[in-house]
Design a protein around this ligand. Structure first.
Ligand SMILES: [Fe+2]
Length: 272
């Protein structure tokens, strides 16, 4: 893992601005009301996810030594990273970008349409747009500004921490209720994709086009370990045992053992 250094740019951003944007967000999401219990639950899931990603980004940022202004910007990015999810779900009734449209781009269109970020100066506005855009991409393009790169990496780490939390407790739940939204409609069939096995043993992140069943999805998530940017994120993952929990949710086979051996070796080598 590369250790990314804090940027040298000076940011001024008051807590009041964050609070105002939070009220805008609450008003905006409160318009998504459904009679159907399942629809409402899935919207609530994203509201709660947003709240927890804000906390995670502050935890990582605090460990990295960000100042108050920098933490405020991080919080705004976390607040808006999934803004597009609400309209996406309302329109298409799915959170699959593949089956609908890119929720990051959709979120940016909404921010622009309502001039939500008008209280920010242009540089900060650009960092928010750029980090939201990059939060869900396979890779962050290298040719972004330092500010955009740093905050894109930060929100990606914070997002992964919360997704680990949500999916590990889901995979190991006691009841057998299925949530097709969390499973992205994938079948719970035996076996894993050969391509995914090879990619993980080679120490690369999994290309989502090879995800064919739920096991593949769990492995893709385990492979995020190769796509983390900051040491505190890895420390949190170790403390909370997310990787072991994912492993428990997978079959006890030699292939899975090999994959997790190399993931654990990577964690040891990179972070000790
Ligand atoms: Fe997202």
């Amino acid at each position: 893992m590369k250790q990314y250094i804090i940027l040298s740019m000076k940011i001024r951003l008051e807590k009041k601005t964050v609070n105002d944007l939070e009220s805008w967000f609450s008003d905006y999401v409160s318009a998504f009301r459904y009679q159907c219990k399942e629809l409402q639950q899935n919207i609530n899931l994203k509201i709660e996810h947003t709240g927890r990603v804000k906390k995670e980004i502050i935890s990582i940022g605090t460990q990295l030594g960000l100042d108050k202004n920098e933490l405020n910007l991080a919080e705004i990015i976390a607040l808006f990273h999934d803004l597009g999810r609400f309209e996406q779900y309302d329109r298409y009734k799915t959170f699959s970008d593949r089956k609908s449209e890119d929720h990051a781009e959709l979120g940016i269109r909404i921010l622009k349409k309502y001039n939500v970020l008008d209280s920010l100066d242009d540089t900060l506005k650009e960092i928010v747009f750029c980090s939201v855009k990059n939060h869900n991409k396979a890779f962050v393009p290298e040719n972004e500004t330092d500010g955009c790169l740093f905050y894109s990496r930060l929100v990606r780490d914070a997002d992964k921490l919360d997704i680990y939390r949500v999916v590990t407790s889901y995979y190991l739940r006691n009841d057998l209720q299925h949530n097709s939204v969390l499973e992205l409609g994938l079948p719970d069939t035996p076996g894993i994709s050969k391509e995914i096995y090879d990619m993980l043993l080679a120490g690369t992140i999994v290309d989502s086009k090879y995800v064919k069943n739920l096991n593949d999805m769990k492995l893709l998530q385990a492979g995020w370990i190769y796509d983390l940017n900051f040491r505190p994120t890895v420390e949190f993952i170790k403390e909370r045992g997310y990787i072991e929990l994912l492993r428990k949710a997978l079959p006890d086979t030699n292939e899975i053992k090999n994959i997790f051996d190399s993931i654990n070796l990577h964690i040891q080598k990179s972070y000790n």
